[in-house]
Design a protein around this ligand. Structure first.
Ligand SMILES: Cc1ncc(COP(=O)(O)O)c(C=O)c1O
Length: 361
């Protein structure tokens, strides 16, 4: 696997459709903020540990959660790592899905917690409330929701999200709402609006703002909870100040660039669908996706996901992900592709993908 990344990083021609990153233009204010911070050599000091006040305010405003507090972290990844240390002690359980974003499961397991990995590669391709109810036991401490879900792009209608929050409330467990892809969803509902006292929101500017390389995110939750965890975060000395300045600029200008970005992302999805529809044995389980990526199911085709990934990368310089990265049980069924990239790059995929599938049939 690391060879793929070595190859992709060392080859400037590679089209990245493998990490759900967003390469579409946002606003020139972002680069100006980076330059200004650099020119002023702000990086010589540790930044404020809890995050720059403007950024803290912008994130709470973005979520419209004035009653919550937050800690700025090295991406949503640190937020979730530190959260696991707090709410999933040894012997505890977390309700999780398969497919999922597994590194968070690994963080929980590292502390001796167990993950349920409920299968969701069926039905509506998201948690079924009955499965959650059946999986809860006295050791359960949280429900890990990814909404919209990586890799599938499904999202929860409000009644389903409310039902999940009610179950969490009945059992006095946490809802973890990982909303990394929220801005791509046409209609999204925060668990924190439905169950404010027991929801922790994992926030990120990596995908919506196209700032994955700057590693900025946040752990957002009830004030008492954030007060408890603050002194124990990995980012005890604050996080990259240049990244925080860029995030401020991106969030301040979001209304100016987000609509255009979403338009391009939706158009890109439709181009991929057009290609998929023409290939026998290949389909989209969830369309349209509410995230920046989608799953292409190839289980009825002879090709194997790893071979598709390899052929696309090494023969065509297009980097997609075989399903086993995000699913233990269903990884052989699909590839995952992200589409928050310039349209000409998607057009190349649309041209090449049918040929690759044909060669592998
Ligand atoms: C569901 C989910 N959560 C969290 C993250 C972490 O994002 P970051 O650490 O860049 O904020 C990712 C990244 O792909 C993700 O897919």
């Amino acid at each position: 696997m690391s060879n793929d990344f070595d190859y992709a990083h060392s080859n400037k021609n590679v089209i990245w459709m493998s990490q759900n990153t967003n390469h579409l233009p946002t606003h020139s204010a972002v680069q100006e903020a980076i330059r200004k911070s650099s020119d002023e050599r702000e990086y010589t000091k540790y930044p404020l540990a809890s995050g720059l006040p403007e950024l803290r305010e912008l994130i709470l405003n973005d979520l419209n959660l004035p009653e919550h507090d937050l800690h700025i972290t090295n991406g949503g990844t640190e937020a979730l790592y530190c959260l696991m240390r707090h709410i999933q002690p040894k012997g505890s359980e977390m309700i999780t899905s398969d497919p999922s974003y597994f590194v968070i499961h690994k963080f929980a397991k590292l502390g001796g917690a167990k993950c349920t990995d409920l299968p969701i590669y069926n039905g509506n391709y998201r948690f079924d409330i009955e499965d959650i109810k059946n999986a809860i036991n006295p050791n359960t401490k949280s429900i890990f929701l990814i909404d919209p879900i990586n890799p599938l792009g499904s999202t929860y209608p409000k009644d389903e999200k409310r039902a999940i929050c009610e179950v969490a409330e009945d059992h006095d467990i946490w809802v973890i709402d990982d909303i990394t892809y929220r801005d791509f969803a046409p209609d999204h509902h925060l668990a924190a609006d439905l169950l404010p006292e027991k929801t922790i929101t994992a926030y990120s500017v990596s995908k919506n703002c196209g700032l994955a390389g700057l590693r900025v995110g946040s752990l957002v939750g009830p004030k008492d909870f954030i007060k408890d965890v603050r002194g124990t975060m990995v980012s005890d000395l604050g996080i990259n100040v240049v990244g925080q300045r860029a995030s401020i600029a991106a969030l301040e200008t979001k209304p100016e660039w987000l609509p255009g970005l979403l338009k391009t992302a939706r158009h890109n999805q439709s181009l991929i669908k057009g290609a998929v529809d023409k290939i026998d044995g290949v389909e989209l389980p969830v369309y349209p996706s509410a995230a920046s990526m989608m799953v292409i199911d190839i289980s009825k085709h002879k090709a194997n996901p790893q071979d598709v990934q390899d052929k696309l990368l090494y023969e065509n310089d297009i980097f997609v992900r075989a399903g086993n990265y995000v699913s233990a049980r269903f990884g052989e069924n699909f590839i995952r592709v992200s589409f928050s990239i310039p349209t000409p790059e998607v057009e190349k995929f649309v041209d090449v993908f049918p040929k690759v599938m044909d060669e592998l049939s």
